[in-house]
Design a protein around this ligand. Sequence first.
Ligand code: ZN
Length: 108
Amino acid sequence: MNIYNLLKKEITQQDLLNYYNATIVYDSLPDFINGLVFNYRGINTIIVNSNLSYYNKRKTILHELAHIELSQLNQIDKDLFNFKINKYEDEADKYIKSILEVIKWKKI
Ligand SMILES: [Zn+2]
């Protein structure tokens, strides 16, 4: 079970959240933070900026799920809390993009 299955609509977002032991919390965050994710005692908490549009909330959730899936949490924790853009941010976005490319390719 992974993001690929979610984007293919084979599973629901809740299915994937359960699978990753993840929960979503909506909170008002500063403008420049869409969301963040951290792991505490085995539970992944995704915090999403409640001021975002519906579409951007969905996009942010996917982005944070990509971090979980790429198992980068331990490495990025420090950077995330410094609110720095780093190479892992690019990787999470690239990961989503590559899955979407594969799905598009298969439809052709
Ligand atoms: Zn990120």
